[in-house]
Write a protein that binds this ligand. Structure first.
Ligand code: NAD
Length: 721
């Protein structure tokens, strides 16, 4: 009957509606699907021969949710909150018609049911799920700045109670079938091949064709509003926690809390209208646009390897070599073994290599303890990692990741030793964080097969990988490096060679700005809290201690030695120097900007006050926040102009996923676009007048502001391309 839903009625009158949104990689809610579902419901309601409905999917997924590429343009199109609310209420009304069509409806969930997909299932009277790890259920809208706008904030709490529903709505966590059953989100978990039979069996039991909340006397489990002391506490503590965690930068969690609090005290139809109103407010604002564009559209494009040079045959790494079994090498070995590769983990001695493997064993052991992995799985994975000090073991490696000490000489030596053994066509990648790739490739006898693959620490948790193209790296080498990152299921950005590449350069401006504030006499706690309030996960002084002042200082001195007369002292040069003189080298070395008393939380080092006395006049939080956000955004503009970054989307992704730039901004260049180019240039002009040349807007940025052309062209939602 339609292009997205197959409608079949069997001899018993059971209609099977099979969703198949043709032309989309997964089932998503398109305008066509909404129309087709609406027509199908007319037929279900009016065809006397139909006794019940099974809703299922012809794809691997049940329904993956809304088509974000459609939603992401709303803000740029100037859609008003009221019109955005109508988008949500149109779908919500169709789901409500499904729920009240008078015939029992069962969702046979064969795979992923996320967002609008789970909301569709929640509007059915019964839910059966296939017992497969692929069948993930959840409402992840909060992660892209939205709320579930088709009944999710209303039906889930009515089904499982507010206290159980709120964490799922506020964290967007996805549930495996067993947990969904335990929480009461679904009714049955069955072997995949029995899914449809069990769904039909439920229909044959002549069930009630109404939702619990449409029956007389229904009460939300656990109560609503401030009815019970524990619920009252949930809402009060919940609002406080949201304020503490979001610093009011993210409107979605507060909107979800309000929608649940207010909506659950209303009859469902009014509650759904209220939910749509909150959805409209979020969709018409910039935060949802920024988060959807960077964290969904552009992240997805990067993961589908949008930057991969065309015309190169796809490659796979079966055997990987890792040089250096330290913190990074062990991490790379772990994630590669997890992706199914055989890994040779090489260090100077067998003991050092074994220590690297031990690090992996410990991490996996924790996972086994937490029930996230079986002991057998952990053993299988560890068996793929061969610790060694013998270069001959690298024979047959498709790719080598070098993660030895950050020293040109050591790196050159291991490059030569490895290249003497590995196959002629193997790619050699350095994980250096600071040394330019082109210079390192001088040690290679095939510099066209030499590239940078820069992982972030901790490797198993950080999704970003910065792939650095040296002047001599060939397109085939780039393609093969990206194929490897794709195998790891991480998010690659591609940058051109330069000192500090992209992420370290941008990150460097953040810590330098924080340290510069200290030298100006700004209270250290004010510096740290201002950064946290802007949405940075850690303040610049705390993060300086983590990466160590010692490392920052040695990188600076290396640049000074390399660049000679061209070296420009960073704004925090004197601060680093004094900290090093004082022996305050960082957390690992016993203390830096903070003290780390054993068994107690870290605290700012009291000695800071003597080195940098407090200024009589303290700046406002707003000004400090603007300095943090602008200094990194401006450095990113320079990276774009210098060709270090080729695509605005890569700058945004690198900043948010790699260096903790706040996600609500959408990233460094989205931040400028959202503020407006002219306003950004004006703000930087003010900061330049007060704080110096580093805030000077570049000439081309001024020209761009005059032309009014944003970095992300709103005409193209998927600006990754
Ligand atoms: P690390 O000191 O923990 O480990 C380095 C390892 O290399 C040690 O186990 C050492 O024994 C080994 N090694 C030294 N010389 C060797 C040789 N000739 N042959 C074989 N092995 C040798 O260092 P790390 O933090 O893992 O950093 C490694 C590399 O990754 C550096 O280039 C660093 O800049 C880069 N990096 C580090 C981070 C980070 O956060 N630590 C992040 C990204 C990149």
């Amino acid at each position: 009957m339609s292009s997205t839903i197959h409608f079949d009625v069997d001899s018993e009158g059971i209609a099977t509606l099979t969703i198949d949104v043709v032309g989309m990689p997964v089932n998503v809610i398109t305008p066509g699907f909404q129309e087709d579902l609406s027509l199908a419901l007319d037929r279900v309601a009016h065809d006397g021969a139909v006794t019940g409905v099974v809703l299922t999917s012809a794809r691997r997924d049940f329904m993956a949710g809304a088509d974000i590429k459609d939603l992401v343009t709303a803000y740029d199109r100037g859609v008003l909150a009221s019109s955005a609310a109508q988008l949500s209420s149109a779908l919500s009304r169709i789901y409500r018609r499904l729920e009240t069509c008078g015939k029992p409806v069962v969702a046979a969930i064969n795979g992923v049911a996320l967002g609008g997909g789970l909301e569709l299932a929640l509007s059915c009277h019964y839910r059966v799920v296939a017992d497969t790890p692929k069948a993930l259920l959840g409402l992840p809208e909060v992660k892209v700045g939205l709320l579930p706008g088709a009944g999710g904030t209303q039906r889930l709490p009515r089904l499982i109670g507010i206290s159980q529903a709120l964490p799922l709505l506020l964290e967007g966590r996805q549930l495996q079938p067993a947990e969904a059953l335990r929480l009461g989100v679904v009714h049955e978990v069955v072997p995949p091949h029995e899914l449809l039979d069990r769904a039909r069996a439920w229909l044959r039991s002549k069930p009630d064709a109404s939702a619990p909340w449409d029956r007389k006397g229904f009460k939300v489990p656990g109560g609503v509003g401030m009815q019970s002391p524990s619920l009252a506490q949930t809402f009060m503590v919940g609002s406080a926690m949201i304020a503490r965690e979001t610093w009011h930068n993210y409107p979605a969690p507060a909107a979800i809390l309000s929608s649940v609090y207010e909506g659950c005290q209303l009859p469902l139809d009014r509650a759904l209208a209220l939910e749509s109103k909150y959805f409209g407010l979020l969709l018409s604002g910039p935060v949802a646009r920024n988060m959807m564009r960077t964290l969904f559209v552009n992240k997805g494009a990067a993961e589908s390897l949008v930057r991969r040079p065309a015309g190169v045959t796809r490659s796979r790494v079966s055997k990987l070599g890792v040089l250096g079994a330290g913190m990074m090498g062990a991490g790379v070995a772990q994630v590669s073994a997890e992706a199914g590769m055989d890994v040779v983990l090489l260090d100077i001695t067998e003991e050092a290599a074994e220590r690297g493997k031990e690090q992996v064993r410990k991490l996996l052991g924790k996972r086994v303890e937490r029930g996230r992995m079986t002991a057998a799985e952990s053993d299988r994975l560890l068996a793929r990692i061969l610790p060694t000090s013998t270069y001959a073991a690298l024979e047959g490696c498709d790719l080598v990741v070098e993660a030895v000490f950050e020293s040109r000489d050591v790196k050159a030596q291991v490059t030569r030793q490895a290249e003497a053994v590995i196959p002629k066509q193997a790619v050699f990648a350095s994980n250096t964080s600071t040394l330019p790739i082109t210079g390192l490739s001088e040690a290679s006898c095939r510099p066209d097969q030499f590239i940078g693959i820069h992982f972030f620490s901790p490797v198993d948790r950080m999704p970003l990988v910065e792939v650095i193209v040296g002047q001599l790296s060939s397109p085939e080498t780039l393609a093969r490096a990206l194929d490897y990152v794709g195998q790891l299921r991480k998010t690659p950005i591609v940058v051109n060679d330069s000192r500090g590449f992209f992420t370290s350069r941008v990150f460097g401006t953040f810590v330098a700005e924080g340290q510069a504030m200290l030298a100006e006499g700004v209270a250290p706690a004010l510096i740290e809290n201002a950064a946290r309030s802007a949405g940075f996960p850690v303040g610049p002084l705390a993060v300086s201690d983590e990466v160590t002042v010692e490392l920052q200082w040695s990188v600076t001195r290396q640049a000074e030695a390399d660049l000679g007369a061209q070296f420009v002292r960073p704004v925090n040069y004197a601060v680093m120097q004094r900290m090093v003189e004082q022996g305050r080298l960082g957390r690992r070395q016993g203390g830096g900007f903070y003290d780390y008393p054993p068994g107690a939380p870290k605290r700012l080092w009291a000695g800071l006050a003597a080195l940098w006395p407090l200024a009589a006049q303290q700046p406002s939080v707003d000004e400090l926040v603007a300095r943090f956000l602008c200094v990194q955004a401006l450095e990113s503009v320079r990276c774009l102009e210098e060709g270090v970054i080729s695509h605005p989307a890569d700058a945004d992704l690198g900043a948010v996923l790699g260096v903790g730039y706040p996600a609500w901004t959408g990233g460094v260049l989205s931040y400028i676009d959202t503020m407006g180019l002219s306003q950004f240039v004006a703000r930087c002009g003010d900061l330049e007048a007060k704080h110096g040349h580093r805030f000077r807007p570049t000439d081309s940025l001024r020209a761009r502001a005059l032309s009014g052309r944003p970095f992300h062209d709103p005409a193209f939602a998927a600006s990754a391309g």
